[in-house]
Design a protein around this ligand. Sequence first.
Ligand code: UDP
Ligand code: MG
Length: 150
Amino acid sequence: MAMEQSYIMIKPDGVQRGLVGEIIKRFEQRGYALKGLKIMNVQRHLAEKHYEDLSSKPFFPALVDYIISGPVVAMVWEGKGVVATGRKMIGATNPLASEPGTIRGDFAIEVGRNVIHGSDSVESAQREIALWFPEGVTEWTQVAKPWIYE
Ligand code: UDP
Ligand code: MG
């Protein structure tokens, strides 16, 4: 089975608000496998590179300042459909439009404090994982796989 990976990042507000465990729990309980995990302060150039597609947007300077304002939790989650399903679990970009039950819909109000990032495509995920985990991720076999996948 082709296993997909997504880059998921708890933003500084999520860390400061004590949501790290809650967010990890949701991905873990869904059945996804944690392949990379670290807490880190982000250099400005890394935040700018991560969001380079948005560099012409008026909110870009504030977005970069937000991402470097405190530590983030950088993660790689693996499993079937994790990119699209991760985005569904996270909810709409603007938390006021995020459905209750999603991470943003349960824990956020404003777009500039929306707690979490998730890759928007498999290609973005590959780019973001290479950017945030240049050292590589951790290989391990999820022994529960036959109980999660048929
Ligand atoms: N953002 C913002 N104002 C906007 C749109 C986006 O501050 O009007 C921020 C927000 O934190 C968002 C991030 O920029 O999560 C990246 O925007 P994108 O459109 O990629 O949303 P996402 O993929 O995070 O849902
Ligand atoms: Mg995005």
